[in-house]
Write a protein that binds this ligand. Sequence first.
Ligand code: SF4
Ligand code: F3S
Length: 104
Amino acid sequence: TYVVTDNCIRCKYMDCVEVCPVDCFYEGDNMLVIHPDECIDCGVCEPECPAEAIKPDTEPGLDKWLKINTEYAEKWPNITIKREGPADGKEHDGEEGKFEKYFS
Ligand code: SF4
Ligand code: F3S
C-alpha cells in the first residue's frame, strides 16, 4: 500500500483524491489518509502530491504512518473530490514536527 505521511498535515493539497482509481482517500481536519486494504498499489497518487507526502510503505521508517493511515481510514469520511485546501497550506509545506504540533 501507499501511505500519506507528515507533510500532508495542514498542506492538504488534495490533488491525490482526483487520481485514485479506487477512491481510497479519507479526510481528517488537517490531513488525508489512504485505506491500506483498499489501495491497489497503482502508485499514480505519489507524483501528484505537491508536498511529496505520499510514499510506498515499503520505504523504511514508515510503520508509524502505516498505523495512522490504517486507524484513521476507518474513522474519517471518504473523500473523492478535490476542494480548495487551507489558505495557509503553502506556509506549512516542509515544516518539521507537524504531527506533534497539529495532528487531530
Ligand atoms: Fe489510490 Fe493508487 Fe494511490 Fe493507492 S497508490 S492510494 S490506489 S492512487
Ligand atoms: Fe495531502 Fe498531498 Fe493529498 S498534501 S491531501 S497527500 S495531495
